[in-house]
Every structure is written in structure tokens, then in C-alpha cells.
Ligand binder design. Sequence first.
Ligand code: SAM
Length: 288
Amino acid sequence: MAELGIPQNTIAVLKKYNIHFQKKFGQNFLIDTHVLEKIIASAGVTKDDFILEIGPGIGTMTQYLCESAGKVMAVEIDGNLIPVLQDTLSAYSNVTVVNEDVLKLDMVQIAQEYNKGKPIKVVANLPYYITTPIIMELFESHVPLESVTVMVQKEVADRMQAAPGSKEYGALSLAVQYYARTEIVANVPPNCFMPRPNVGSAVIRLTCHKENPVKVADEKFMFRIIRASFNQRRKTLQNGLGNGAGLSVTKEETAMALEEMGLSQTIRGERLSLEQFAQLSNLLQERK
Ligand code: SAM
């Protein structure tokens, strides 16, 4: 099968199957062999790996994954693309194509069944309309993961990687950094896709921590604190956590915790590191 990273070959396949891009599924297909090679290299794919690919499209990156990985599972929501994938991937016996919404799949069970519960690698050019739900589902449902190497909107990659005090820093940065080390490995302009997206893109590699980087008594409570802090970004932490955030934390309790941590009473959440959020949540919980 011809290499789909070459634009003429993608155009030929689209014509042959009379495929029209579905905007509602975030379909922007890669047509740049250098970017494809870069993604596979950054993901460090080897013959020992089981790869979950989310949204294979017409199979452009799947072909590369099949060449380098042990086994590949490609989950595609758009039923119109399944006959295309059967054709473009017909040379490979190490791939399973699943026609499903990835958010409806039990990915823990997939890792169990197909990789004996060992950590899997996720590699994808993600549909941008559901990037955050997909990433959060992978982490929060505790899918055994080694790494997640994904193409996302550039702005989202910057938010995942952001440090305290920057304007991109927020709940997504903290959630991702709690589970993984982040590294933006490439910036990708719109002309590498068909059709061209309206935004710049980036490939980010998330290498999952073997152990959580901070000690926190109740993960869920910490993330509720984090969300409440950034929902009211312009407020001080004392006001943000106290005001109808549904946390049952009083202004006085926050004040005491901040004092114990040696932080200013007027500090905003956007200045706190992950470690400080963990400490704050542990202190607030002890008081309950
Ligand atoms: N991997 C291909 C490539 O790089 O050329 C296509 C990437 S395109 C940005 C995103 C793909 O995800 C599309 O094929 C789209 O149909 C699929 N998709 C969108 N929502 C999905 C979902 N909820 N579950 C699985 N696949 C989805």
C-alpha cells in the first residue's frame, strides 16, 4: 500500500472511497512524512510495545506504528473509515481496528487483555475537540501507561507544560504534571494536515511517573481544590476556595493553612506549585 504521508496518496484514497472530512470528528489528516517519523521516534516505539492509537483516520500513522510496534489497536469513531482502514492496513497482521468512541471503551481492560496488564503506549494525532477529556480519562481511570505521545493544539500543549505564574498555567497543567513528565517534541504548522486546521499544533510526549511526584492524602480532594482555585482565577485563594466552591472549606481554614505553609494571605492559586497544592490539600483535610 502506498505511503499515505505523501499528499497525492491520501488524495487518491479519499477519492477512491468518496470520503468527505467530518469536521464534527476533528478530522485533519497528516500529510507530512517528516512529522510522522518524528512522532514515532519520540514515542520510542519498539517491537515489544502494545500501542493504542486513538483516531487512525485513513491509517496514515497506523502504517508507521504497525511497522515499528509489536501490536497496535486503532480505535476510530467514524464508521465510514473502517473499510478504508481494512484496505490501507491490509498488509499488516499486528493491528486490530475497533469502530468505537474511545471515551466509551474500557481502556484498563484493553491493557489487561491485550498487554497482560503491562503499561501500554498511546500514540495519536488527537481530535482536538476532545483532547482534554481523552487525556484525563487515560490518567484518571488509571490505565497502565508508559507514555502518551500526542499531536494536540499548540495552545493545549503549552498549557500542559506550563509552570506556576505563567498565564497558561492551570488545572490541566497540574493534572498532567501530577501523572507525567512533559516534553514538547515538535511544533507542527497547519500545512502538514489535510484539511488545514485553523490553529498551530504540537507533538507532546507525556512520560508517566512510576511514582506520584507528591504525597497527597486524597487525590480527588486536591483536584477539587485545584479546580476551584482556577475557576475563580482572579480571586485570592482564600476567597476562591470559600465562596460557594462546594468544598466546605472556610476562609479561616484556608488562612491557617496558608500561614502554616509560610505563604501570603493574598496569594492566588496560579502561583502555587503542584507540591504546594498537595500540601494545602493535606492541611485542609487534616482540619476536617
Ligand atoms: N490519525 C490520523 C492522521 O494522523 O492522519 C487522523 C487524525 S484526526 C486529527 C482525528 C481522528 O480521530 C479522526 O479520524 C476522527 O474521526 C477520530 N475521532 C474523533 N473522535 C473520536 C472518538 N471519540 N473516538 C475515536 N476516534 C475519534
